[in-house]
Design a protein around this ligand. Structure first.
Ligand code: ANZ
Length: 922
């Protein structure tokens, strides 16, 4: 009997006691780093969906170990985050306590599945020993700027040295738009406060005024997807656009390198494409239009300078700083009203409202830089403030949105180029020959672009420009459960805490914003901050992605208290060789960690600039939900097949109360108090039928299968094998517990093959035959090829086929079983260890090595047999040299020509002389 419970417990304990999975830097061995995206330890524990990627990476890690690599395969928790904070607000339980409980539960669940993690390397992002270093990296960002010439981050002290010598006239560095130009002597005359303000414009971590979705009632900034129709998704409170002082990281400085780096990554093309779009590089020109009577310039960004003769009006984004400045008196009221209206809409909403055209005229005009014609200046919300320059030159004959705007507001005198069809030319960069446009006549679009840029440059009213869609990343949150900034304020200017020690989260009484709308940390009193300095401390905390941007480095050296990671260690382990995780992180986590890695590389702290060489995104495991139908305004439930006669509401029902889609009414009545009095309209078979749907596995849909129950019923080895067997790792697939027993039987059959009736280990010591060797070596070859291409599911079927062949041949020979057990061990490590021990090994199977294919056994040699009937040769047949007499007889009896010659008779005798002849006596 295959007692998986006993076996699995035994080996999990063995691994723990012997620290089987502990790894050190070992210069004699080649390293391999396999990483999972670490989980956020939520209150609801793991479902069967979570371990899918973990199992795949564990198999790969174990395979690489067997191949002689020194494998780093760690695990930890991304443990700062909102759900825990909400839980704290609701229950008053400190988020650290809830986190502790949740991680404890995760650990128990993970341990039961038999992963090969080196748990001595566990990290938690909310642990002060960890976030000490997240804060330290923030300090490095604060103390750096980005030099465009060398395309890398450099120390801010180099910048001040430069300013002292030559001001910033000739400096080629990334900085905020509003940075003033100054000379060396001007710099020296600036006050300390002014100097700090200027430096903030260059720092890679900087404070600035940013437009955010502000919800007064909730006292916090909301992300775009937390806002619906101008109201908060939670609570439906009004949300407005507000300029707020926020920490941001200058990720835009790295836009080009983030784009270039994608080329060398072995990631899916779809994720690379998402990142490319997110970065959104556009090449064109910035063109200046002077505003008549106001002595101001409007700078527009365009990808089509060649359409300059088609400009009919300019449009400013409602947030553009010139809106108020250049609006004439009689238009002021309308403009103010319009801008106030727009403030209530989020950016996402504005972009999605394709059809609704809104705008207002400023009353002012600009001068066309080439023709000097008067051009009206409008304000419109189809122009977004944080793209390009937040202002455009509108070319109705070239751009559909400009055309629609002009039509809507009846902006007259639209230039239409001869022969240019609007719909075709809109948003295209194709070579359209532009007519009727002065010196551009008969030039192709690309020639015209060059020409216009040259002409404008000469006039000083335009230059080549590149714009990126990517924005600097807002890095502060008005929350509690995140990393506090190691920052204090003096005269409203931020300064870093000087020592390299951690600034711990202070204890506070409530996790809500203050009554004046300040973040929860503003509740902390002076003495609650262990290192209070200046006038006040920073009240914001870092966002969820701070800790996850560099965690892969900390696993290399998790206990280090003097460095974020030791240099020798990071030189040894280097990049993650294989990263497995969800595709939902295509932008956030994956982009930010690439950015931080490049930055740390620039600072000479790590020897590579891409964190994750190869990535696989596992598909989601979907759940099968069940539904009941409740009559409206009554406590009666109607069977699915009868529901059409009634007006009903569809409700999720816990799948544990349903069997084969039939509801267990007794259990259902006990499920919730109000169900005890429920009544039922049953179907003709007197049963209650539920409907079903395949959807995301989630607690709120009551369709979760937990690994715990399955492990108890079938064992972790079966669960591991089954999750892989479900299908290709990257595919989305529904969970179906039914198939699991088939996979379980496979392990039972294996057990039976090597045990006698008394459950005693029993194998044969005789040397394997050729066909048995061929069998196992074919399997070794296929298993290895499949694992190497991450085809984890096909390995399972290959092993199944091999086992069936062994059973058929009753082959339980030591050599064959030894190889087979090693092949099995990455998938089902517990049973493999048990058999390994029974085979007489003292050490763990993980210390053995992956069997080598011997191609000599793979060759299929054929023998050509003459086939005779009553001694007369009729035809020949090719049969494998390894076929047994029985095999040959089977093959020959099925053969088409044999059937023909036998003509319905069965032979009296079949004589087979191996390697010679086949003769039928009929
Ligand atoms: C004149 C023009 C003529 C344009 C034409 C397009 C076609 P991508 O490729 O996405 O970068 N634009 C610039 N800034 C904008 C903003 N803040 N909000 C909305 N639209 C903006 O698009 C660049 C084009 O989008 C720019 O080129 C500009 O319109 C518009 F036949 O300028 B174009």
């Amino acid at each position: 009997m295959y007692n998986f419970n006993k076996i699995e417990k035994k080996w999990q304990e063995f691994w723990r006691k012997n620290k089987t999975y502990k790894v050190f830097e070992d210069s004699k061995k080649e390293k391999f780093y396999v990483l999972d995206m670490f989980p956020y330890p939520s209150g609801s524990g793991l479902s069967v969906g979570h371990p899918l990627g973990y199992i795949a990476s564990d198999i790969y890690a174990r395979y690489k170990t067997l191949k002689g690599f020194n494998v780093l395969h760690p695990m930890g928790y991304d443990s700062f985050g909102l759900p825990t904070e909400h839980y704290a607000i609701q229950t008053g339980i400190h988020p650290a306590i809830a986190t502790f409980e949740n991680t404890k539960r995760y650990r128990i669940q993970l341990d039961k599945i038999g992963f090969s993690y080196d748990w001595d390397r566990e990290i938690q992002t909310s642990d002060p020993k960890y976030y000490k270093w997240t804060q330290w990296i923030f300090k490095q960002l604060f103390n750096s700027f980005f030099c465009k010439k060398t395309q890398k981050a450099r120390d801010i002290s180099e910048l001040t040295a430069y300013f002292i010598k030559q001001g910033n006239h000739t400096l080629d560095a990334v900085c905020s738009e509003e940075t003033p130009i100054f000379s060396a002597s001007e710099w020296q005359k600036y006050s300390e406060v002014d100097k700090q303000k200027i430096l903030l414009n260059y720092r890679l971590a900087f404070l600035s005024e940013t437009w955010v979705n502000w919800c007064e009632k909730l006292g916090t900034v909301l992300a775009n997807d937390e806002v619906k129709d101008g109201f908060s998704e939670r609570g439906s409170y009004p949300v407005e656009q507000k300029l707020m002082q926020q920490w941001s990281l200058r990720i835009t400085a790295y836009a080009d390198r983030l784009l270039d780096g994608l080329k060398v990554l072995d990631w899916s093309t779809s994720i690379k494409e998402i990142q490319r779009n997110w970065i959104g590089k556009s090449v064109g020109a910035n063109i200046l239009f002077s505003v008549l009577k106001y002595n101001k310039n409007i700078k527009v960004f365009t990808t089509r300078p060649d359409t300059i003769f088609g400009v009919n009006f300019l449009v400013l984004a409602p947030e553009h700083p010139l809106c108020n400045v250049i609006t004439i008196k009689s238009q002021k009221k309308d403009v103010k009203q319009y801008i106030d209206e727009i403030k209530l809409k989020s950016e996402k909403e504005r972009k999605s409202e394709v059809k609704k055209i809104t705008g207002v005229f400023t009353g002012s005009y600009a001068e066309h830089p080439i023709t000097s014609k008067k051009i009206p200046i409008w304000i419109g919300d189809y122009v977004v403030s944080n793209y390009g320059t937040g202002a455009i030159m509108a070319v109705p004959c070239g751009d559909q949105r400009d055309w629609n705007f002009a039509q809507h507001f009846n902006i007259k005198k639209i230039n239409v180029f001869k022969d240019v069809d609007i719909s075709e030319s809109a948003n295209e960069n194709d070579d359209i020959v532009i007519q009727n446009s002065d010196f551009l006549n008969n030039l192709s679009s690309s020639e015209a672009i060059e020409k216009v840029i040259a002409v404008l440059k000469e006039k000083g009213s335009g230059e080549r420009a590149v714009t990126y869609r990517i924005r600097d990343a807002v890095f502060s949150r008005q929350r509690y459960w995140g990393e506090p900034f190691p920052v204090y304020y003096k005269n409203e200017l931020p300064y870093l805490l000087e020592d390299n020690e951690v600034l711990e989260l202070p204890e506070i009484s409530e996790y809500l914003p203050t009554s004046s709308g300040e973040p929860p940390l503003a509740r902390a009193k002076r003495e609650q901050w262990k290192k209070f300095q200046g006038d006040r401390m920073e009240f914001n905390v870092m966002p969820g992605w701070a800790g996850s941007s560099w965690y892969f480095l900390r696993y290399m050296d998790p206990q280090n208290d003097v460095e974020f990671v030791n240099k020798q260690k990071v030189n040894y382990w280097k990049q993650v060789d294989l990263y497995i995780g969800g595709a939902e992180h295509a932008v956030g986590h994956l982009l930010y960690s690439r950015f931080w890695t490049k930055f740390l590389f620039d600072k000479g702290l790590i020897p590579f600039e891409e964190p994750f060489k190869k990535m696989i995104n596992q598909g989601m495991i979907l759940g099968r939900s069940n539904f009941v139908y409740k009559l409206k305004e009554s406590n009666t439930f109607v069977s699915f097949d009868k529901k059409d006669k009634y007006e009903t509401i569809r409700l999720h029902v816990d799948i544990n109360l349903v069997e084969n889609d039939f509801l267990n009414i007794e259990k259902f009545k006990k499920w919730r108090p109000e169900n005890s009095s429920a009544r039922f309209i049953l179907n003709n078979d007197n049963k209650y039928l539920c409907s079903y749907e395949i959807e995301k596995m989630s607690k709120s849909k009551y369709n979760i299968h937990t690994p715990d129950i399955l492990v108890e019923k079938f064992g972790a080895d079966t669960l591991r094998l089954y999750e892989m067997f479900l299908g290709p790792i990257e595919q989305f697939k529904p969970w179906d517990s039914q198939g699991i027993s088939g996979v379980h039987n496979f392990l039972k059959k294996f057990w039976k093959l090597i045990h006698n009736d008394k459950n005693e280990f029993f194998i044969s010591e005789s040397p394997p035959q050729k066909n048995e060797l061929k069998n196992i070596h074919k399997t070794i070859k296929k298993v290895e090829e499949d694992i190497q291409r991450y085809s984890f599911n096909t390995v399972v079927s290959t092993l199944m086929i091999c086992l069936n062949q062994l059973i058929e041949k009753k082959c339980n020979k030591r050599d064959i079983i030894t190889d087979f057990t090693i092949l099995l061990s990455p998938y089902t490590p517990h049973i493999a260890e048990e058999v390994w021990q029974k085979l007489g090994h003292k050490e763990s199977i993980t210390k053995s090595s992956f069997p080598k294919v011997n191609t000599k056994y793979l060759i299929d040699k054929n023998i050509t047999y003459p086939v005779s009937f009553n001694g007369k040769k009729r035809f020949t047949i090719d049969v494998s040299s390894e076929a047994s007499k029985e095999d040959i007889e089977n093959i020959i009896m099925q053969y088409e020509k044999t059937i023909q010659y036998l003509n319905g008779n069965s032979p009296k005798k079949v004589i087979i002389v191996p390697n010679k002849i086949i003769n039928f006596v009929v």
